[in-house]
Every structure is written in structure tokens, then in C-alpha cells.
Design a protein around this ligand. Structure first.
Ligand code: NAD
Length: 245
């Protein structure tokens, strides 16, 4: 039996499957990853300037425009065969899959995985930069247009609803992801470099709890050593084959 067949059989036999996805999951939908040397966003931009609160405060219009462009790209993108395979699997085997994603796009949700745990937020959902202390508080619907939009009353700015460098992950999402990692029999880690923590630690957490860990990635990742098996290939190639059984 080859590695692919072994993983297909393990998925078919699993009652608790956890799938952790990263930016590579959406690469074949045309959304660039952060770190891929040739096309990665960080090869053209400085992450400290574009994905941090300090960077936003230093140049809000620039950061706002950059996110507006990414947001538009996500709206135009469509789920790829890998997203669709995960959606179909959840429909076919209800209650088996917990999907945890580092992605801020909504392609898993559009493919049917409406309960996907989003560790790093959602690029389509903005929130206020400052917590408003006034009552009843800033009214998002009344935000004055701008780059970024502002509260017409107090000047508070709208910011993208993604987790920036140096920020805490949403506690409930992280807890749910850690629980899924500790409880699963099998974890598939798809399209992540394993460089962003604490998400990268979920694979070792699953392994310590006794799960089998399989990495799906066309290139080396920083957590390959945590895996029982590494399949070299893309999400859209591998997932439909692995999840079809
Ligand atoms: P990353 O950019 O660090 O790494 C991408 C990984 O995907 C690499 O290991 C690469 O080899 C692999 N990859 C490339 N093409 C692939 C394919 N077709 N199939 C499978 N794997 C492929 O991404 P990361 O590990 O997710 O961490 C970076 C952060 O970037 C995350 O926090 C995430 O929120 C954010 N991000 C999200 C999106 C998105 O929402 N689509 C896009 C870019 C970055």
C-alpha cells in the first residue's frame, strides 16, 4: 500500500478527524500565500508595516488600502477542489471533521464548512481600532467613509478584523482548536509553513495526545518533523483523492 492509500484508509477509518489549513490551502484559488518565495506577499511587503497595529497607526491609509485590495481578491476567488472536497466530506460524514484554519478568507465556509474555526480572524469583518468607552458606543453603520472609515462622533478608526503580529488569537477559537487537536485520531495539516504560532503547535499537540499527523504540502515546512507522514503535493490535488473514500 502506498502512502496516499494509507492516508485514505486512515481517513476512512477515523471517527475524529482534525484538519488544520494555512495559506497554501487557498493558493490554487489565486490567493497569494505569505511566505512562498516566488509569489508570497512578504517577498514584496514588510510584514511589520502591513500586518501590525503599529504599522496601521503609522500609516492607516496605506494599510487600509492594502487590505482593501486583498479583500477584493478574496471576494473574486472561488473555493478550489481541496476546499470542495472538505465541504463534501463534512456533508457525507457529519460530526467527524473539525476544520481549523489560519486563513482569513471565507473559502472553506463557501465550500460548506460553515463551522470552520478561524484562528486568525476574517478579512471581510472589520472592527473598531479602539474599544469605545462611550454609551451606546461607536455605530459601525454610521462610520464616515474614508481610508479607513472613522466614527463620525469620536474619530475612532475601523481596522481589518484579522489577527496581526503581536496580537492574541481569539481565545474561544484557540481553545476549540486545542481541544480538537487533543481529541482527534488523525490530523491533516494542509498548506502551512508552520512558522506562525500558536497555530504551528497544534500538530505536536495532536501527536502528543496520540493522534497520527499527516502533512500535505508541496514544499518543506517547519513542522515536518512532527508528522508521521508527509505527502508532497498541493491541496487541490491531494484532498479530493484522500477524502473521496
Ligand atoms: P505561509 O504563507 O507561511 O505558508 C504557506 C504554505 O503553503 C507553505 O508551506 C507552502 O509550501 C504551502 N503551499 C503553497 N502552495 C500550496 C498548495 N497549492 N497546496 C498546499 N500547500 C501549498 O502560510 P501560513 O502557514 O498559513 O501562515 C501565514 C499566515 O498567513 C497565517 O496566519 C494566515 O492567516 C495568513 N494568510 C492567510 C491567507 C488566506 O486567508 N488565504 C493568505 C495569506 C496569508
Amino acid at each position: 500500500m502506498g502512502d496516499t492509500q494509507r492516508v485514505t484508509a486512515a481517513i476512512a477509518a477515523s471517527a475524529r478527524l482534525c484538519v488544520l489549513t494555512g495559506a497554501g490551502m487557498s493558493a490554487e484559488s489565486g490567493i497569494p500565500t505569505f511566505r512562498d518565495a516566488m509569489s508570497g506577499l512578504w517577498s514584496r511587503f514588510d510584514p511589520a508595516e502591513l500586518a501590525s497595529e503599529a504599522g496601521f497607526r503609522a500609516d492607516p491609509a496605506r494599510v487600509w488600502d492594502w487590505y482593501a485590495e486583498r479583500r477584493a481578491g478574496v471576494r473574486l476567488a472561488q473555493p478550489n477542489a481541496g476546499h470542495r472536497a472538505l465541504g463534501e466530506f463534512a456533508r457525507r460524514r457529519p460530526g467527524v471533521l473539525t476544520l481549523v484554519t489560519q486563513n482569513v478568507d471565507d473559502l472553506h465556509q463557501r465550500a460548506g464548512n460553515t463551522g470552520a474555526i478561524q484562528l486568525h480572524g476574517d478579512i471581510q469583518r472589520d472592527h473598531w481600532l479602539e474599544p469605545c468607552t462611550r454609551q451606546p458606543g461607536c455605530d459601525a453603520a454610521a462610520a464616515a467613509p474614508g481610508r479607513p472609515p472613522r466614527c463620525a462622533d469620536c474619530g475612532n478608526r475601523v481596522r481589518p478584523g484579522v489577527v496581526w503580529f503581536g496580537e492574541q488569537l481569539p481565545p474561544a477559537s484557540l481553545l476549540a482548536a486545542e481541544h480538537a487537536a487533543a481529541a482527534c485520531e488523525l490530523m491533516l495539516v494542509v498548506g502551512t509553513s508552520g512558522a506562525v504560532w500558536p497555530a504551528a503547535g497544534l500538530a505536536s499537540q495532536a501527536r502528543r495526545a496520540g493522534a497520527q499527523v499527516v502533512i500535505l504540502n508541496p514544499a518543506l515546512s517547519e513542522i515536518d518533523a512532527e508528522a508521521d507522514l508527509v505527502l508532497r503535493g498541493t491541496a487541490a490535488e491531494l484532498l479530493p483523492r484522500l477524502l473521496a473514500g
